[in-house]
Design a protein. Structure first.
Lengths: 263, 422
């Protein structure tokens, strides 16, 4: 299986604190890679470096596109999603609560729609070419809403949805930008077992049907062990283990990191 | 109602009276009068006791009312009924309002004074709609909106007096200049949000005004610019005796000369300009850029994570909002025929922001109602001079108490999946 993302010697320092220390790992195409570790291990910091919210102190991150290698360090801010097509969700849900579910999914298609609307000119003239493109965008939104079963609530405010539905909506909103790599920050946080199972199904669907690589931070081990093809374990910013889910469960280092060392 | 409650509310009312006494005592009670040499204090305890008594009585009545659990007072009943009407039949309401505005100049009771007030209200409605793009949609609290109004007015005045170009050429130019200043303001404040943004925009408004005062060579400083050309009716000026080789409006249409012609024309001009602003806003709200503005207001970080360019999005909001401010400014200049920095003080910005906020952020109809309410009330009380600001403040307090989110605060989605039916 080919590599999708290579992280090489990533280091992030905040003043005297080293949040990530010389971290290297790979994410493969069509696989779900999980990053786990105790609180404060530096998992979200890795995400923030990958998605351009932080500029790493050192190290490289490459996204592979066929033969080309794109360095993610070159892109900051919105360009990570726009150019490099790396999408992410957030630990504390960040929807647009006062906008409708459908509008949330259309904002994710902003850049294509902006071009289609001739930077608003065609849109103001209400040309057919724009109306058709807008219909396509609505169809795409409907496709994803059908998958998560929220089509009947498309016109309701996103903020009025139940928590579990908001989580799923945030994931499909990220999928609407057609990402190559989808980074999910604790998608199962606050979900009940039934909702977690639905989440697993959704992520497996994205992996197999959409051929999108998924990078996952998660504390819920039922999710991690159930769907991960590959697990990276962090502790104090260092990688302490890397392997399949089963190998991780048996690893001595991982158990020690979570439960402490025997006297 | 129990006896205990009555005693309790009586105590509460007495306490209110105490506060009222502390306030009214020195402010109203001790009147200074100059007699001969020096100032003397004339006490006016009668009025003070009357006011304090009114406060006690009012508080007691409010307490009685809330004890009966009927908190819905006349005002909120009125406004909720009103929002019900406008929400259900928004289209009907809009059409009725536009029709009324269209025939307003020809109604029997309409005189010069009414027309002037109507033009003023329409100017504020247009400014409110323009600012609504920045504050209501993009969520960028701009306390210096009057700067763009000023830029528009001065660009129009300078271009028209220097080159003698017609209103219809100067108007778009003034809009372009104002939009340019909008971008100029936008760049340094891109990273700021909320209170910090408000302070910087406030400063920007003052900077523009101070430049206008001090750049004497160009702006004529505090003396202002006089003799700004009036607009003509598609080439026909509104003059009693036109220049050689010119035909004026009343001669062309064979009418008796009247100054009202020009006023009516100005009225329709601002009505059309305001309606264009409204139409444009309603349209652009449904376009990707409009949705991006609202998304930016909701959550900027989420916007970035979806590849929305926050810089461009904010700058377009500033530029377009400023452009409409500039249009309104040119109208102001051509209507007054005289402008000076005096007209563009912070209080103007504050009134426009108040109109947008009290109308309900992002609500187009709300802006209309708030303009009529705020400007109309201050005009109605014009004869009472300094008391009209009390009326203005009172109107604001009333709206904030009964409608904290603004008169109309319901947002409708810009696009529906299930059509109108649900």
């Amino acid at each position: 299986m080919s590599n999708l993302l290579s992280v090489e010697n990533l280091t992030m320092k905040f003043g005297g604190l080293t949040a990530i220390d010389d971290l290297s790992f790979d994410v493969k195409n069509n696989q779900i890679t999980s990053i786990i570790g105790p609180n404060g291990a530096g998992k979200t910091t890795v995400f923030n470096c990958l998605t351009g919210f932080y500029k790493p102190t050192n190290g490289q991150m490459f996204l592979h596109k066929e033969e080309n290698k794109i360095s993610l360090r070159k892109y900051t801010d919105f360009k990570i999603a726009y150019v490099a097509k790396v999408a992410r969700t957030f630990q504390n849900i960040r929807l647009f609560p006062a906008m409708s579910v459908l509008e949330n999914l259309l904002v994710a298609q902003h850049n294509e729609l902006m071009v289609a609307s001739g930077y608003s000119l065609f849109g103001l003239l209400n040309l057919k070419t724009y109306r058709d493109k807008e219909q396509l965008a609505v169809d795409k939104a409907k496709y994803w809403l059908d998958i998560i079963g929220l089509t009947h609530r498309a016109d309701d405010n996103a903020g009025d949805l139940p928590y579990g539905d908001q989580r799923k909506l945030e994931i499909v909103r990220a999928m609407c930008i057609e990402p190559r790599l989808l980074c999910l920050d604790e998608p199962a946080a606050g979900l009940n077992p039934k909702e977690s199972a639905e989440l697993n199904k959704l992520l497996k669907f994205i992996k197999t049907e959409k051929q999108t690589g998924i990078l996952l931070i998660e504390h819920d081990m039922s999710v991690v062990m159930g769907i991960s093809d590959h697990v990276v374990v962090l502790n104090y910013g260092k990688k302490i283990f890397e392997g399949t889910a089963d190998q991780t469960k048996k690893s001595k280092e991982v158990i020690e990191a979570y439960l402490g060392v025997d006297e | 109602m129990e006896k205990k409650d009555i005693i309790q509310s009586f105590k509460d009312s007495l306490f209110t009276g105490l506060i009222a006494l502390a306030l009214f005592g020195p402010i109203v009670g001790l009147r200074t009068a100059s007699k001969g040499e020096g100032l003397f204090i004339t006490p006016q305890w009668g009025i003070v006791f009357l006011l304090v008594g009114l406060c006690i009585l009012g508080r007691f009545l409010i307490n009685l009312n809330s004890a009966r659990k009927t908190e819905i007072t006349f005002f909120s009943k009125f406004t909720s009924k009103f929002s019900a009407i406008t929400e259900d039949k928004a289209k009907h309401f809009a059409i009725t309002a536009i029709l009324f505005a269209a025939v307003f100049p020809f109604l029997p009771f309409t005189d010069r004074y009414f027309m002037d007030v109507a033009i003023m209200i329409l100017t504020y409605i247009m400014l409110g709609w323009g600012l609504n793009i920045v504050v209501g949609l993009a969520g960028l609290l701009d306390l210096g909106y009057v700067a763009f109004y000023a830029v528009g007015a001065y660009s129009y005045a300078l271009i028209a007096t220097t080159f003698g170009w017609s209103f219809w050429i100067c108007l778009p130019l003034a809009g372009v200049f104002a939009a340019f200043f909008g971008i100029l303001l936008g760049f340094p404040v891109l990273r700021l949000r909320g209170d910090y943004l408000a302070i910087v925009t406030l400063g920007f408004g003052e900077i523009i005004r101070i430049i206008l005062i001090n750049w004497y060579e160009v702006t004529n400083g505090p003396d202002g610019i006089t003799g700004i050309p009036r607009p003509s009716f598609f080439g026909l000026p509104f003059k009693r005796s036109p220049d050689e080789g010119e035909t004026s409006f009343h001669l062309f249409f064979n009418l008796e000369y009247s100054t009202m012609h020009r006023i009516i024309f100005l009225y329709y001009l601002i009505l059309v300009l305001a309606l264009i602003t409204n139409y444009f806003t309603l349209k652009i709200r449904k376009l990707p850029v409009g949705r991006a503005w609202e998304a930016l207001r909701e959550d900027e970080i989420a916007c970035k994570s979806l590849g929305v360019n926050p810089t461009n999005t904010k700058l377009t909001a500033f530029a377009i909002g400023a452009m409409f401010g500039g249009f309104a400014g040119s109208f102001f200049a051509t209507r007054q025929a005289f402008i000076s920095p005096e007209s563009f003080t912070f209080i103007e910005s504050a009134i426009i922001v108040a109109i947008v906020v009290l109308g309900g952020m992002g609500s187009q109809t709300g802006v209309v109602l708030a303009s009529i309410f705020l400007i109309g009330i201050t005009e109605m009380f014009r004869d009472l001079e300094q008391y009209r600001m009390i009326a203005f403040g009172g109107a604001m307090v009333l709206i904030m108490v009964f409608k904290p989110k603004g008169i109309l605060a319901n947002r409708k989605p810009t696009i529906l999946m299930h059509g109108g039916k649900k």
